[in-house]
Design a protein around this ligand. Structure first.
Ligand SMILES: [Zn+2]
Length: 296
């Protein structure tokens, strides 16, 4: 009991309150000197954004390579995935993760994040205001504390980045309390030029219903590993997605993904990829065109 209380206190202490919350909700000003500096080496082709849905088995980890040599990581799989995720990000030439999002505190999303925090320079950390008493969660909080980082609350309306032609913001969680931990998931919406990506974490139908009416996205990272607790028909229709990708482990004990969920996405005209079949799936976008590459 005492340990749980300590953990909650640590969690609350790491949150940035007041001003930081406000800053996170306002568009970020671009560095005035940015246009005068020499262009840096981009990991993606100049002006491209790519979304890498990593094959981490039964879990989630998504790397977003942003124009201008920046990157964002949403989730870091299980503990056993940490080293491989670090290697993947390093192999793309990154030494810093500008935006790190832990969608919610389940082990299949934050397991490898301690290793990630220990391995890179980290910019802003986003987490929903919900805690758990697992050792994995505690280890992550300690790693964040030891690095001198603070946590910005994830939630609907939080602007992560806003600049010409590119915006990253959150559309969930909207409520303060949910009965399922999955619905606390930070859901990230990325718009780049005329294309949009919606990255659902483990958000289920309760959260889907709370999202704005217009949820159109070219690519959706399907909520909760393709479980039928997410992906309501009504929501799928609203996304009008061309591509859906499910992050899921082969032969997992949850029977994810649900056949009915895959069928509903496909009935809507969406092409479905899944990491247990396709391996890591990479979407590359120049703001107008979108291409998909699968590992398998
Ligand atoms: Zn999960």
């Amino acid at each position: 009991m005492k340990k749980t209380l300590c953990l909650i206190c640590l969690f609350l202490l790491l949150f940035t309150w007041g001003c930081q919350w406000l800053e996170a909700s306002l568009p970020q000003n671009q560095d005035e000197n940015e246009s005068e500096t020499e262009p840096r080496d981009n990991q993606t082709e100049s002006g491209e954004l790519s979304v890498h849905v990593l094959d981490v088995g039964q879990g989630d980890s998504i790397l977003i390579a942003l124009p201008g040599n920046r990157c964002m990581l949403i989730d870091a799989g299980n503990v056993s995935n940490g080293k491989d995720i670090v290697s993947y990000i390093a192999s793309l030439g990154y030494t810093k993760i500008e935006y790190l999002v832990a969608t919610h505190p389940h082990a299949d999303h934050i397991g490898g994040m301690q290793t990630v925090v220990d391995s890179f320079d980290i910019g802003q950390v986003y987490m929903p205001r919900v805690s758990t008493n697992t050792q994995i969660f505690e280890n992550l909080l300690l790693a964040i504390k030891q690095k001198g980082l603070t946590i910005t609350a994830a939630g609907a309306g939080v602007n992560i980045l806003e600049e010409e032609g590119l915006s990253l913001h959150m559309v969930a969680p909207k409520s303060a309390k949910y009965s399922s931990m999955n619905n606390y998931s930070a859901v990230v919406y990325i718009r780049y030029g005329s294309k949009a990506f919606l990255l659902m974490g483990d958000a289920e139908t309760v959260s889907e219903h709370e999202m704005p009416g217009d949820m159109r996205a070219d690519v959706v990272k399907v909520g909760h590993h393709g479980s039928n607790s997410a992906s309501s028909t009504e929501f799928i229709t609203r996304t009008q997605a061309s591509f859906a990708v499910i992050s899921v482990g082969k032969g997992n004990s949850y029977d994810h993904p649900a056949a009915s969920v895959i069928a509903t996405w496909q009935d809507g005209g969406t092409t479905v990829y899944r990491t247990d079949v396709n391996g890591t799936v990479v979407f590359t976008c120049d703001g107008k065109n979108l291409s998909v590459k699968t590992q398998k």
